[in-house]
Every structure is written in C-alpha cells, then in structure tokens.
Design a protein around this ligand. Structure first.
Ligand SMILES: Cc1cc2nc3c(=O)[nH]c(=O)nc-3n(C[C@H](O)[C@H](O)[C@H](O)COP(=O)(O)O)c2cc1C
Length: 165
C-alpha cells in the first residue's frame, strides 16, 4: 500500500500528528505551503475570515500527485468551524483524484464534523475514517488515537485488496 500524508498546519500541531502517521505507515508526506505568510493578529483574522467565507487562497504547487497513491491521509487544522482555507485550495486542486482517503483534524474543540464532511465534499471522496483531536487528546491520548485510526485505515485497505483479487 503506497500512502501519502498531506497536512496543512499553521502552528505545527497538525503537522506533528501527520509526521507520526507517516512514520507509522512508511508513507510520504507533503506539507501544504503558501506564498503569503499568516503570522500575527492580521494573519489570524484573515485566516478566520477566509475559512468562514470558504475562500481558496493561493498555495505553492504541491510536489506529489495524490492520484499516484493508494491511500491519501489528509490532515488540517480547523478554522471557524471549517477546514483551514489552504486545505480547501489543496482539495479543490486535486478534486476527484483521490482513490482512497482518510481525514484528520486538530482543533480547540475536537468536534467539527461539518468541517470533515466539507472536506469529503470538496475532495470528491468519502473517507474510510476520520479522526479529530483536541488539545487534551494531543497531550494525553495521541498515540492510542493514532493507532486506532491507522488500524481502521489498514483494515479497510486489506478488505479492498481481497475484493480486488
Ligand atoms: C483563525 C483560527 C480559527 C480557529 N477556529 C477554530 C474553530 O472554529 N474551532 C476549533 O475547535 N478550533 C479553532 N481554531 C483552533 C485550531 O484549529 C487549533 O489550534 C489547531 O490545533 C491548530 O493546528 P495547527 O497548529 O496545525 O495550525 C482556530 C484557529 C485559528 C488560527
């Protein structure tokens, strides 16, 4: 199974989770980059505004093509109850090009189902499974949660391989 982990992370939390997942799966990793920075209070306000209005800001052209992977695991931070705006840019850039996908998010509340549903809609793929982590999960339970998430991804991939025989 060839895997790709794609993350958008402004302050590193989502990236840390994505790196663990990639290491555990032996997957490639792509961090979505932007030509324009988002530091400071103005960056914060602009980010919330863009997410709320479902804007698609410019991103640096990704190095890896997700359609070349069996499974793409997509992680984002949550802004204004939605996926971070650069993730919307990424998913619409490659919409329809994901064979299989799983989504995860980090947020302060840990409960943003609508955001994850939005990712499925924009990417044009129904995720095998989803995981959302709040700060408390990141502190206390991250290894267990990642293991469970990976087990779900692997179980589904095995089922698919058997079906394809
Ligand atoms: C502009 C902005 C808006 C946010 N809005 C939400 C929100 O609506 N709900 C939530 O649970 N967390 C929200 N957060 C918190 C982030 O989702 C959380 O801190 C996340 O773990 C950051 O991930 P990162 O370090 O990968 O960027 C917001 C953060 C920012 C910067």
């Amino acid at each position: 199974m060839k895997g790709l982990v794609v993350v958008y992370s402004r302050t590193g939390r989502t990236l840390a989770v994505g790196e663990k997942i990639a290491a555990r799966l032996g997957a490639d990793i792509e961090r979505i980059a932007e030509p324009r920075e988002r530091r400071g209070i103005f960056g914060f306000v602009r980010s919330g505004y863009e997410a709320l209005r479902e804007k698609k800001p410019p991103i640096v052209e990704p190095k890896r093509d997700p359609s070349r992977y069996d499974i793409v695991i997509v992680g984002t931070s949550i802004w204004a109850g939605r996926m971070a705006s650069p993730m919307r840019s990424y998913l619409s850039r490659f919409a329809g090009g994901f064979h299989r996908a799983a989504f995860f998010a980090t947020s302060s509340s840990g409960r943003n189902d609508a955001a994850l549903r939005g990712m499925a809609r924009v990417a044009g793929v129904e995720p095998i499974t989803v995981m959302e982590l709040a700060p408390r999960d990141l502190k206390e339970d991250v290894e267990n949660r990642i293991e469970r998430f990976i087990a779900e991804v692997e179980a589904e991939s095995t089922a698919n391989r058997l079906q394809d025989r």
